[in-house]
Design a protein around this ligand. Sequence first.
Ligand code: CFM
Length: 476
Amino acid sequence: MQFKCNQTLPERAIHIAIKGPGGKCQRGDGTACFIANNVATTPGDMTERGCTYAGCRGVVGGPVKDAIQLTHGPIGCAFFSWGYRPHLADSDFHMKYTFVTDMNETNIVFGGEKKLLQSIIEANAEFPDAKAVFVYNTCSTALIGDDGRDVAKQAEAIIGKPVVFFECEGFRGVSQSLGHHIGNETIFRQLVGSVEPEGDFSRSINIIGDYNIKNDIRTFEYLFEALGLRIIARFTGNVSVDDLKIMHKAALNIVHCQRSATYIADMMKEKYGTPYINVTLWGIKNMSQALRNTAAFFGLEARAEEVIAHEIARIQPAIDAYRQRLQGKRVFIYQGGPRTWHWIELLRELGMETETAATTFGHTDDYEKIFRQIAEGALVIDNPNVPEIEEILTRRRPDLFISGNKERYLAYKLGVPFVNGHTYDTGPYAGFVGMVNFARDIDKALHAPVWNLLHQHARPAPADRHATHGFEEVES
Ligand code: CFM
Protein backbone atom coordinates (compact mmCIF):
# COMPACT_ATOMS: atom_id res chain seq x y z
CA MET A 1 0.00 0.00 0.00
CA GLN A 2 1.28 3.40 -0.86
CA PHE A 3 0.26 7.02 -0.58
CA LYS A 4 -0.55 8.89 -3.75
CA CYS A 5 2.01 11.53 -2.89
CA ASN A 6 4.76 8.90 -2.63
CA GLN A 7 4.68 7.52 -6.16
CA THR A 8 8.18 8.87 -6.71
CA LEU A 9 9.32 7.84 -3.21
CA PRO A 10 8.91 4.05 -3.11
CA GLU A 11 11.23 3.96 -0.06
CA ARG A 12 8.32 5.19 2.06
CA ALA A 13 6.23 2.02 1.73
CA ILE A 14 8.06 0.13 4.50
CA HIS A 15 7.37 3.00 6.94
CA ILE A 16 3.59 2.63 6.65
CA ALA A 17 1.32 -0.14 7.93
CA ILE A 18 -2.29 -0.83 8.83
CA LYS A 19 -3.07 -3.04 11.79
CA GLY A 20 -5.16 -5.89 10.47
CA PRO A 21 -7.19 -8.69 12.07
CA GLY A 22 -5.41 -10.62 14.80
CA GLY A 23 -2.82 -7.92 15.21
CA LYS A 24 -1.33 -8.57 11.76
CA CYS A 25 -0.20 -5.63 9.71
CA GLN A 26 -1.26 -5.18 6.15
CA ARG A 27 1.51 -3.76 4.12
CA GLY A 28 3.02 -4.45 0.75
CA ASP A 29 4.44 -7.76 2.01
CA GLY A 30 1.74 -8.53 4.59
CA THR A 31 4.23 -9.35 7.37
CA ALA A 32 3.60 -8.96 11.09
CA CYS A 33 3.54 -5.57 12.82
CA PHE A 34 6.82 -3.93 12.11
CA ILE A 35 7.61 -0.79 10.25
CA ALA A 36 10.99 0.58 9.32
CA ASN A 37 12.11 3.27 11.79
CA ASN A 38 15.15 5.16 13.05
CA VAL A 39 16.80 5.05 9.64
CA ALA A 40 18.06 7.90 7.48
CA THR A 41 15.43 9.88 5.61
CA THR A 42 15.59 9.50 1.82
CA PRO A 43 17.01 12.65 0.21
CA GLY A 44 14.17 14.66 -1.28
CA ASP A 45 11.67 13.42 1.32
CA MET A 46 10.17 16.45 3.13
CA THR A 47 10.79 15.11 6.62
CA GLU A 48 9.95 17.09 9.72
CA ARG A 49 12.82 15.63 11.74
CA GLY A 50 15.26 17.70 13.75
CA CYS A 51 19.03 17.29 14.09
CA THR A 52 21.19 15.69 16.77
CA TYR A 53 22.08 19.10 18.21
CA ALA A 54 18.35 19.88 18.54
CA GLY A 55 17.77 16.70 20.54
CA CYS A 56 20.71 17.40 22.83
CA ARG A 57 20.46 21.16 23.36
CA GLY A 58 16.72 21.58 22.93
CA VAL A 59 15.48 18.52 24.78
CA VAL A 60 17.96 17.15 27.33
CA GLY A 61 20.50 19.88 28.20
CA GLY A 62 18.39 22.99 27.63
CA PRO A 63 15.97 22.55 30.56
CA VAL A 64 18.80 22.64 33.15
CA LYS A 65 17.93 25.93 34.78
CA ASP A 66 21.24 27.21 36.12
CA ALA A 67 23.69 26.27 33.37
CA ILE A 68 24.97 28.68 30.73
CA GLN A 69 23.67 27.17 27.48
CA LEU A 70 26.44 27.89 24.99
CA THR A 71 26.27 26.79 21.37
CA HIS A 72 29.62 26.45 19.61
CA GLY A 73 28.61 27.30 16.08
CA PRO A 74 26.91 29.88 13.86
CA ILE A 75 24.36 32.24 15.38
CA GLY A 76 21.44 30.53 13.62
CA CYS A 77 22.01 27.27 15.52
CA ALA A 78 21.57 29.18 18.79
CA PHE A 79 18.71 31.38 17.70
CA PHE A 80 16.57 28.57 16.33
CA SER A 81 17.12 26.39 19.40
CA TRP A 82 16.15 29.09 21.87
CA GLY A 83 12.86 29.36 23.66
CA TYR A 84 10.69 27.23 21.39
CA ARG A 85 10.06 24.52 23.96
CA PRO A 86 8.38 25.56 27.21
CA HIS A 87 10.47 23.44 29.59
CA LEU A 88 9.74 25.76 32.49
CA ALA A 89 11.42 26.03 35.87
CA ASP A 90 11.06 28.10 39.01
CA SER A 91 13.62 30.52 37.57
CA ASP A 92 13.90 31.72 33.99
CA PHE A 93 17.64 32.06 33.31
CA HIS A 94 17.67 29.06 30.97
CA MET A 95 14.72 30.37 28.97
CA LYS A 96 15.70 34.02 28.93
CA TYR A 97 19.30 33.78 27.70
CA THR A 98 21.10 31.86 25.04
CA PHE A 99 24.83 31.97 24.36
CA VAL A 100 26.75 31.31 21.17
CA THR A 101 30.31 31.59 19.90
CA ASP A 102 28.87 33.09 16.68
CA MET A 103 31.30 31.39 14.32
CA ASN A 104 31.89 33.47 11.23
CA GLU A 105 33.81 32.84 8.02
CA THR A 106 37.20 33.83 9.45
CA ASN A 107 36.69 31.54 12.44
CA ILE A 108 35.79 28.68 10.12
CA VAL A 109 39.00 29.24 8.15
CA PHE A 110 41.33 29.72 11.13
CA GLY A 111 39.55 27.63 13.76
CA GLY A 112 37.22 28.49 16.63
CA GLU A 113 38.95 27.06 19.71
CA LYS A 114 40.26 30.39 21.02
CA LYS A 115 36.88 31.98 20.49
CA LEU A 116 35.21 29.15 22.36
CA LEU A 117 37.54 29.48 25.35
CA GLN A 118 37.07 33.24 25.41
CA SER A 119 33.27 32.86 25.15
CA ILE A 120 33.12 30.47 28.11
CA ILE A 121 35.21 32.81 30.26
CA GLU A 122 33.20 35.86 29.20
CA ALA A 123 29.79 34.24 29.72
CA ASN A 124 30.84 33.00 33.14
CA ALA A 125 32.10 36.46 34.13
CA GLU A 126 28.76 38.00 33.09
CA PHE A 127 26.72 35.36 34.93
CA PRO A 128 28.88 34.23 37.85
CA ASP A 129 25.93 32.55 39.60
CA ALA A 130 25.58 29.94 36.86
CA LYS A 131 26.52 26.50 38.19
CA ALA A 132 28.05 25.15 34.98
CA VAL A 133 28.62 25.88 31.31
CA PHE A 134 27.04 23.47 28.82
CA VAL A 135 28.76 23.67 25.42
CA TYR A 136 27.02 22.15 22.42
CA ASN A 137 29.02 21.33 19.30
CA THR A 138 27.48 21.93 15.86
CA CYS A 139 28.10 20.68 12.32
CA SER A 140 30.42 23.49 11.29
CA THR A 141 32.74 23.37 14.32
CA ALA A 142 32.93 19.59 14.10
CA LEU A 143 33.77 19.66 10.40
CA ILE A 144 36.68 22.04 10.89
CA GLY A 145 38.00 19.84 13.71
CA ASP A 146 37.80 22.15 16.73
CA ASP A 147 38.79 20.20 19.84
CA GLY A 148 35.97 21.35 22.10
CA ARG A 149 36.67 18.65 24.67
CA ASP A 150 40.13 20.01 25.26
CA VAL A 151 38.88 23.62 25.40
CA ALA A 152 36.27 22.58 27.96
CA LYS A 153 39.02 21.06 30.12
CA GLN A 154 41.10 24.23 29.94
CA ALA A 155 38.07 26.40 30.67
CA GLU A 156 37.09 24.26 33.66
CA ALA A 157 40.52 24.87 35.22
CA ILE A 158 40.16 28.61 34.67
CA ILE A 159 36.58 29.20 35.84
CA GLY A 160 36.51 26.51 38.53
CA LYS A 161 33.15 24.97 37.67
CA PRO A 162 31.97 22.19 35.37
CA VAL A 163 32.21 22.86 31.63
CA VAL A 164 30.26 20.08 29.96
CA PHE A 165 31.01 19.54 26.28
CA PHE A 166 28.30 17.78 24.26
CA GLU A 167 29.50 16.15 21.03
CA CYS A 168 26.09 16.57 19.45
CA GLU A 169 27.00 17.72 15.94
CA GLY A 170 23.80 17.99 13.94
CA PHE A 171 24.79 15.55 11.21
CA ARG A 172 25.63 12.65 13.52
CA GLY A 173 22.28 10.92 13.75
CA VAL A 174 19.24 10.30 11.57
CA SER A 175 17.07 12.50 13.81
CA GLN A 176 17.07 14.37 17.11
CA SER A 177 16.90 11.01 18.88
CA LEU A 178 20.69 10.50 18.89
CA GLY A 179 20.99 13.92 20.55
CA HIS A 180 18.97 12.61 23.50
CA HIS A 181 21.36 9.70 23.85
CA ILE A 182 24.45 11.93 23.70
CA GLY A 183 22.85 14.33 26.21
CA ASN A 184 22.19 11.46 28.64
CA GLU A 185 25.66 9.98 28.33
CA THR A 186 27.48 13.28 28.67
CA ILE A 187 25.56 14.42 31.76
CA PHE A 188 25.96 10.98 33.29
CA ARG A 189 29.69 10.88 32.65
CA GLN A 190 30.49 14.43 33.73
CA LEU A 191 28.04 15.34 36.46
CA VAL A 192 26.19 12.40 38.03
CA GLY A 193 27.96 11.15 41.15
CA SER A 194 30.45 14.04 41.29
CA VAL A 195 29.21 14.99 44.79
CA GLU A 196 28.54 12.57 47.65
CA PRO A 197 25.95 14.13 49.96
CA GLU A 198 25.27 12.98 53.52
CA GLY A 199 21.81 11.92 54.60
CA ASP A 200 19.12 9.30 54.25
CA PHE A 201 17.99 8.72 50.67
CA SER A 202 16.09 5.50 51.27
CA ARG A 203 12.77 7.10 50.30
CA SER A 204 13.93 9.14 47.34
CA ILE A 205 13.30 8.98 43.62
CA ASN A 206 14.35 10.66 40.39
CA ILE A 207 11.77 11.43 37.77
CA ILE A 208 13.49 10.57 34.50
CA GLY A 209 12.23 11.83 31.14
CA ASP A 210 9.93 14.63 32.23
CA TYR A 211 10.82 18.08 30.98
CA ASN A 212 8.24 20.14 32.83
CA ILE A 213 6.49 21.22 29.66
CA LYS A 214 4.12 24.04 30.69
CA ASN A 215 4.62 23.05 34.34
CA ASP A 216 3.60 19.40 33.99
CA ILE A 217 5.41 18.66 37.25
CA ARG A 218 2.76 20.59 39.16
CA THR A 219 0.29 17.89 38.20
CA PHE A 220 2.20 14.90 39.59
CA GLU A 221 5.08 15.86 41.87
CA TYR A 222 2.81 16.50 44.80
CA LEU A 223 1.34 13.03 44.35
CA PHE A 224 4.71 11.34 44.77
CA GLU A 225 5.43 13.64 47.68
CA ALA A 226 2.08 12.70 49.21
CA LEU A 227 3.35 9.12 49.28
CA GLY A 228 6.17 10.39 51.49
CA LEU A 229 8.84 10.34 48.79
CA ARG A 230 11.52 12.91 48.14
CA ILE A 231 12.30 13.83 44.54
CA ILE A 232 16.02 14.40 44.09
CA ALA A 233 16.26 15.26 40.39
CA ARG A 234 14.00 15.61 37.41
CA PHE A 235 15.91 14.57 34.32
CA THR A 236 15.58 17.24 32.99
CA GLY A 237 12.87 19.70 34.00
CA ASN A 238 13.13 22.39 36.66
CA VAL A 239 16.47 20.88 37.58
CA SER A 240 19.68 22.37 38.92
CA VAL A 241 23.20 21.23 38.10
CA ASP A 242 23.49 20.47 41.84
CA ASP A 243 20.56 18.03 41.65
CA LEU A 244 22.11 16.20 38.70
CA LYS A 245 25.37 15.73 40.65
CA ILE A 246 23.63 13.79 43.42
CA MET A 247 20.93 11.96 41.48
CA HIS A 248 22.84 8.67 41.89
CA LYS A 249 21.64 8.63 45.52
CA ALA A 250 18.01 7.90 44.60
CA ALA A 251 16.52 4.58 45.64
CA LEU A 252 14.41 4.32 42.48
CA ASN A 253 14.23 5.91 39.05
CA ILE A 254 10.83 6.51 37.50
CA VAL A 255 11.10 6.67 33.72
CA HIS A 256 8.37 8.62 31.96
CA CYS A 257 9.67 9.49 28.45
CA GLN A 258 11.11 6.13 27.55
CA ARG A 259 12.63 7.33 24.31
CA SER A 260 14.79 10.26 25.41
CA ALA A 261 15.90 9.18 28.88
CA THR A 262 15.94 5.40 29.38
CA TYR A 263 19.63 5.69 28.56
CA ILE A 264 20.51 7.36 31.87
CA ALA A 265 18.30 4.98 33.83
CA ASP A 266 20.18 2.06 32.24
CA MET A 267 23.56 3.65 33.00
CA MET A 268 22.57 4.29 36.63
CA LYS A 269 21.37 0.74 36.96
CA GLU A 270 24.64 -0.59 35.67
CA LYS A 271 26.96 1.68 37.66
CA TYR A 272 25.03 2.27 40.89
CA GLY A 273 22.53 -0.60 40.86
CA THR A 274 19.59 1.85 40.90
CA PRO A 275 16.44 0.02 39.80
CA TYR A 276 13.93 1.75 37.54
CA ILE A 277 10.32 1.38 36.53
CA ASN A 278 8.63 2.64 33.37
CA VAL A 279 5.59 4.81 33.91
CA THR A 280 3.14 6.96 31.97
CA LEU A 281 2.16 10.11 33.81
CA TRP A 282 -0.74 11.00 31.47
CA GLY A 283 -4.27 9.67 31.89
CA ILE A 284 -6.23 8.29 34.84
CA LYS A 285 -5.34 4.59 34.52
CA ASN A 286 -1.71 5.26 33.70
CA MET A 287 -1.15 7.82 36.44
CA SER A 288 -2.81 5.53 38.99
CA GLN A 289 -0.64 2.64 37.85
CA ALA A 290 2.48 4.82 38.12
CA LEU A 291 1.65 5.67 41.73
CA ARG A 292 0.78 2.05 42.55
CA ASN A 293 4.00 0.68 41.07
CA THR A 294 6.11 3.31 42.79
CA ALA A 295 4.35 2.75 46.10
CA ALA A 296 4.78 -1.03 45.79
CA PHE A 297 8.54 -0.57 45.59
CA PHE A 298 8.58 1.32 48.89
CA GLY A 299 5.80 -0.64 50.64
CA LEU A 300 3.43 2.33 50.62
CA GLU A 301 0.48 0.68 48.85
CA ALA A 302 -2.22 1.79 51.27
CA ARG A 303 -1.18 5.42 51.07
CA ALA A 304 -1.18 5.23 47.27
CA GLU A 305 -4.78 4.03 47.22
CA GLU A 306 -5.83 6.98 49.39
CA VAL A 307 -4.04 9.47 47.14
CA ILE A 308 -5.48 7.92 43.96
CA ALA A 309 -9.05 7.80 45.32
CA HIS A 310 -8.86 11.41 46.42
CA GLU A 311 -7.54 12.62 43.05
CA ILE A 312 -9.98 10.64 40.94
CA ALA A 313 -12.92 11.91 43.01
CA ARG A 314 -11.72 15.45 42.29
CA ILE A 315 -11.66 15.11 38.51
CA GLN A 316 -14.21 12.42 37.66
CA PRO A 317 -17.25 14.73 37.28
CA ALA A 318 -15.36 16.94 34.81
CA ILE A 319 -14.01 13.94 32.89
CA ASP A 320 -17.51 12.39 32.68
CA ALA A 321 -18.92 15.64 31.31
CA TYR A 322 -16.20 15.94 28.67
CA ARG A 323 -16.49 12.28 27.76
CA GLN A 324 -20.10 12.80 26.74
CA ARG A 325 -19.06 15.58 24.39
CA LEU A 326 -16.03 13.78 22.95
CA GLN A 327 -17.45 10.25 22.66
CA GLY A 328 -16.84 8.50 19.34
CA LYS A 329 -14.35 10.96 17.89
CA ARG A 330 -11.52 9.56 15.79
CA VAL A 331 -8.05 10.96 16.31
CA PHE A 332 -4.79 11.27 14.38
CA ILE A 333 -1.88 11.56 16.85
CA TYR A 334 1.49 12.59 15.49
CA GLN A 335 4.19 13.30 18.07
CA GLY A 336 7.97 13.04 18.22
CA GLY A 337 7.91 9.61 19.77
CA PRO A 338 6.40 8.22 22.98
CA ARG A 339 3.54 10.66 23.43
CA THR A 340 1.84 8.91 20.52
CA TRP A 341 1.56 5.66 22.48
CA HIS A 342 1.24 7.31 25.91
CA TRP A 343 -2.04 8.90 24.79
CA ILE A 344 -3.90 6.03 23.09
CA GLU A 345 -5.33 4.87 26.44
CA LEU A 346 -5.90 8.42 27.70
CA LEU A 347 -8.01 9.21 24.65
CA ARG A 348 -10.06 6.04 25.22
CA GLU A 349 -10.76 7.25 28.74
CA LEU A 350 -12.28 10.30 27.05
CA GLY A 351 -14.32 8.11 24.67
CA MET A 352 -12.07 8.64 21.62
CA GLU A 353 -10.15 6.23 19.41
CA THR A 354 -6.81 6.73 17.70
CA GLU A 355 -7.18 5.78 14.04
CA THR A 356 -3.86 7.12 12.79
CA ALA A 357 -0.63 7.15 14.80
CA ALA A 358 2.70 8.59 13.71
CA THR A 359 6.05 9.50 15.23
CA THR A 360 8.93 11.59 13.95
CA PHE A 361 11.75 9.55 15.43
CA GLY A 362 10.23 6.57 17.28
CA HIS A 363 12.27 3.37 17.50
CA THR A 364 11.06 -0.23 17.31
CA ASP A 365 10.08 -0.29 21.01
CA ASP A 366 7.86 2.77 20.49
CA TYR A 367 6.11 1.13 17.52
CA GLU A 368 5.65 -2.12 19.46
CA LYS A 369 3.83 -0.14 22.13
CA ILE A 370 1.72 1.58 19.49
CA PHE A 371 0.76 -1.64 17.70
CA ARG A 372 -0.02 -3.37 20.99
CA GLN A 373 -2.52 -0.69 22.02
CA ILE A 374 -4.03 0.53 18.78
CA ALA A 375 -7.26 -0.85 17.30
CA GLU A 376 -7.56 -2.92 14.14
CA GLY A 377 -7.73 -0.81 11.02
CA ALA A 378 -5.55 1.92 12.46
CA LEU A 379 -2.85 3.37 10.25
CA VAL A 380 0.68 3.64 11.66
CA ILE A 381 3.28 5.74 9.91
CA ASP A 382 6.92 6.49 10.70
CA ASN A 383 8.54 9.88 10.08
CA PRO A 384 5.69 11.17 7.91
CA ASN A 385 6.58 13.81 5.35
CA VAL A 386 4.52 16.93 4.79
CA PRO A 387 2.57 15.70 1.72
CA GLU A 388 1.72 12.48 3.59
CA ILE A 389 0.32 14.45 6.52
CA GLU A 390 -1.76 16.48 4.10
CA GLU A 391 -3.00 13.31 2.42
CA ILE A 392 -4.01 11.78 5.76
CA LEU A 393 -5.87 14.94 6.77
CA THR A 394 -7.71 15.28 3.47
CA ARG A 395 -8.50 11.64 2.72
CA ARG A 396 -8.79 9.98 6.11
CA ARG A 397 -10.36 13.07 7.67
CA PRO A 398 -9.80 12.55 11.39
CA ASP A 399 -12.13 14.41 13.74
CA LEU A 400 -9.11 15.69 15.64
CA PHE A 401 -5.40 16.08 14.92
CA ILE A 402 -3.04 16.15 17.90
CA SER A 403 0.35 17.30 16.68
CA GLY A 404 2.76 20.27 16.94
CA ASN A 405 3.21 23.83 15.76
CA LYS A 406 4.66 22.73 12.41
CA GLU A 407 1.33 21.12 11.52
CA ARG A 408 -1.12 23.48 13.21
CA TYR A 409 -1.85 25.76 10.27
CA LEU A 410 -2.00 22.95 7.76
CA ALA A 411 -4.73 21.41 9.92
CA TYR A 412 -6.62 24.68 10.17
CA LYS A 413 -6.40 25.31 6.44
CA LEU A 414 -7.80 21.85 5.78
CA GLY A 415 -10.58 22.32 8.32
CA VAL A 416 -9.40 19.76 10.86
CA PRO A 417 -9.70 20.57 14.59
CA PHE A 418 -6.25 20.65 16.17
CA VAL A 419 -4.60 20.45 19.60
CA ASN A 420 -0.89 21.00 20.18
CA GLY A 421 0.48 17.92 21.92
CA HIS A 422 4.11 19.06 22.08
CA THR A 423 3.82 22.42 23.82
CA TYR A 424 0.11 22.19 24.74
CA ASP A 425 -2.65 24.66 23.88
CA THR A 426 -3.05 25.62 27.55
CA GLY A 427 -1.62 22.80 29.66
CA PRO A 428 -0.30 21.25 31.71
CA TYR A 429 -1.72 17.92 30.49
CA ALA A 430 -0.03 15.38 32.77
CA GLY A 431 -1.37 13.81 35.96
CA PHE A 432 -5.01 13.74 37.00
CA VAL A 433 -5.69 17.47 37.01
CA GLY A 434 -3.82 17.93 33.71
CA MET A 435 -6.19 15.48 32.04
CA VAL A 436 -9.03 17.91 32.64
CA ASN A 437 -7.01 20.62 30.85
CA PHE A 438 -6.36 18.24 27.97
CA ALA A 439 -10.05 17.33 27.71
CA ARG A 440 -11.05 20.98 27.81
CA ASP A 441 -8.61 21.90 25.03
CA ILE A 442 -9.84 19.01 22.88
CA ASP A 443 -13.45 20.05 23.50
CA LYS A 444 -12.66 23.64 22.55
CA ALA A 445 -10.90 22.53 19.37
CA LEU A 446 -13.69 20.15 18.30
CA HIS A 447 -16.58 22.46 19.08
CA ALA A 448 -15.20 25.78 17.92
CA PRO A 449 -18.09 27.62 16.21
CA VAL A 450 -15.96 28.13 13.09
CA TRP A 451 -16.49 24.50 12.05
CA ASN A 452 -20.22 25.20 11.61
CA LEU A 453 -19.28 27.36 8.64
CA LEU A 454 -17.76 24.43 6.76
CA HIS A 455 -20.00 22.59 4.31
CA GLN A 456 -21.17 19.30 5.75
CA HIS A 457 -20.40 17.47 2.51
CA ALA A 458 -16.71 18.34 2.92
CA ARG A 459 -16.58 15.37 5.30
CA PRO A 460 -17.22 11.89 3.94
CA ALA A 461 -19.28 9.56 6.11
CA PRO A 462 -17.23 7.38 8.47
CA ALA A 463 -18.36 4.19 6.72
CA ASP A 464 -16.79 5.29 3.44
CA ARG A 465 -13.66 6.38 5.20
CA HIS A 466 -13.22 2.96 6.68
CA ALA A 467 -13.96 0.89 3.60
CA THR A 468 -10.65 1.83 1.97
CA HIS A 469 -8.91 3.26 5.03
CA GLY A 470 -9.24 6.50 3.13
CA PHE A 471 -6.61 5.47 0.61
CA GLU A 472 -6.48 3.95 -2.81
CA GLU A 473 -4.33 0.94 -3.31
CA VAL A 474 -1.46 1.63 -5.65
CA GLU A 475 1.55 -0.49 -6.46
CA SER A 476 4.45 0.20 -4.15
FE1 CFM B 1 10.17 12.49 25.03
FE2 CFM B 1 9.32 14.83 25.12
FE3 CFM B 1 8.51 13.04 23.32
FE4 CFM B 1 10.98 14.02 23.20
FE5 CFM B 1 10.23 16.11 21.65
FE6 CFM B 1 8.62 16.97 23.63
FE7 CFM B 1 7.76 15.10 21.85
MO1 CFM B 1 8.12 17.62 21.14
S1 CFM B 1 11.37 14.32 25.21
S2 CFM B 1 10.30 12.04 22.90
S3 CFM B 1 12.15 15.13 21.65
S4 CFM B 1 8.09 13.10 25.36
S5 CFM B 1 10.00 18.10 22.43
S6 CFM B 1 8.74 16.81 25.82
S7 CFM B 1 6.71 16.75 22.74
S8 CFM B 1 8.83 15.68 20.10
S9 CFM B 1 6.90 12.99 21.88
